[in-house]
Design a protein around this ligand. Structure first.
Ligand code: ADP
Length: 282
């Protein structure tokens, strides 16, 4: 059975303002459901731009970007929050609240996503436990190590149970032991059925990640797209179609429709906010 592309870029070009060269030039790629793809390349190669285009934070100049078959740049404004609910994101720009505890950090994100109040605490606790952080920790995150803070950031991205995780240098500034620790967490997350796209320039990540693909950008061009023959240490459970069983969350097609699944009466927080804030009010 042909693998299902969950993220698909087709001839995407992006030029910022009056820049003399595009940040991304004619990039085409497909990431299949359940993959763990590394997006490699030196600083300035276009990695963050590519992730931001997938999140519809930036518009392409040319080309199309599809997530679960939907052209993300043709979604109405009202549908973008539903797209972003399917995309957990770990970005350097999305800082943790330094004075808040890990649990408060994750809870706030879930509240902003508009989860029902009774689900917020249980989901936040579950997400922290999954990445090995004590949900009852009372210290603010600024007192935690860099590795622990990255785990909290991962928990925050995963707490909404997105089927796709986009991570931009999630091991940036971590020492080799902590880098490997985060990579192991990602492997577990993938084993639970989440598709991962991880941008990094770190060769250590390339060496140790149990990734299935490597995509290599240089000066905005995709110069390499290679399958990696690395056996993961955890084998994802497969369903009758040979797809990884998604214990975190399924992309629900309806969530991309213009009609919110959740009625205003159910979720006043989510619907009162401007949609552009929804996934990013960290
Ligand atoms: P990477 O993530 O690989 O470091 P980026 O996607 O951040 O690469 O940057 C690719 C190119 O686009 C760089 O030349 C960078 O200076 C430029 N760029 C990125 N973001 C912006 C922006 N908001 N405005 C103008 N230029 C940008």
């Amino acid at each position: 059975m042909a693998a299902t592309a969950i993220i698909e870029l087709s001839r995407v070009t992006k030029t910022y303002g009056r820049a003399s060269r595009p940040a991304l030039a004619d990039v085409s790629l497909r990431i299949n459901r359940g993959e763990f793809a590394l997006l490699m390349g030196p600083s300035g190669a276009g990695k963050s731009s590519l992730l931001k285009l997938i999140l519809a934070m930036e518009q392409p100049e040319r080309g199309t970007i599809r997530v679960a078959g939907r052209d993300v740049h043709r979604l109405t404004r009202g549908s973008i929050p539903y797209l972003r609910r399917n995309l957990g994101a770990v970005f350097q720009d999305f800082k943790l609240l330094p004075e808040a505890t890990p649990l408060e950090n994750v809870r706030l994100t879930l509240q902003v996503l508009g989860l029902r109040r009774r689900d917020v605490v249980s989901r936040a606790r579950e997400a922290l436990l999954r990445v090995g952080i004590d949900p009852d920790a009372r210290n603010p995150v600024r007192c935690m190590s860099g590795g622990e803070q990255q785990r909290v950031a991962l928990a925050r991205a995963l707490a909404g149970r997105p089927p796709i995780l986009l991570a931009d240098e999630p091991t940036g500034n971590l020492d080799p032991a902590l880098t490997r620790d985060i990579l192991r967490q990602l492997e577990l997350i993938r084993a639970a059925g989440t598709t991962i796209l991880l941008a990094t320039h770190d060769p250590l990540v390339y060496r140790h990640a149990a990734a299935s693909r490597v995509l290599h950008l240089e000066s905005g061009r995709l110069i390499e797209d290679r399958t990696l023959d690395r056996a993961p240490s955890f084998v994802a459970e497969l369903d009758e179609h040979g797809e990884p069983v998604d214990v975190l969350g399924e992309i629900d097609d309806d969530e991309f429709s213009d009609e919110p699944l959740v009625r205003p009466t159910d979720q006043p927080h989510a619907l009162r906010r401007p949609e552009s804030d929804l996934a990013f009010a960290f």
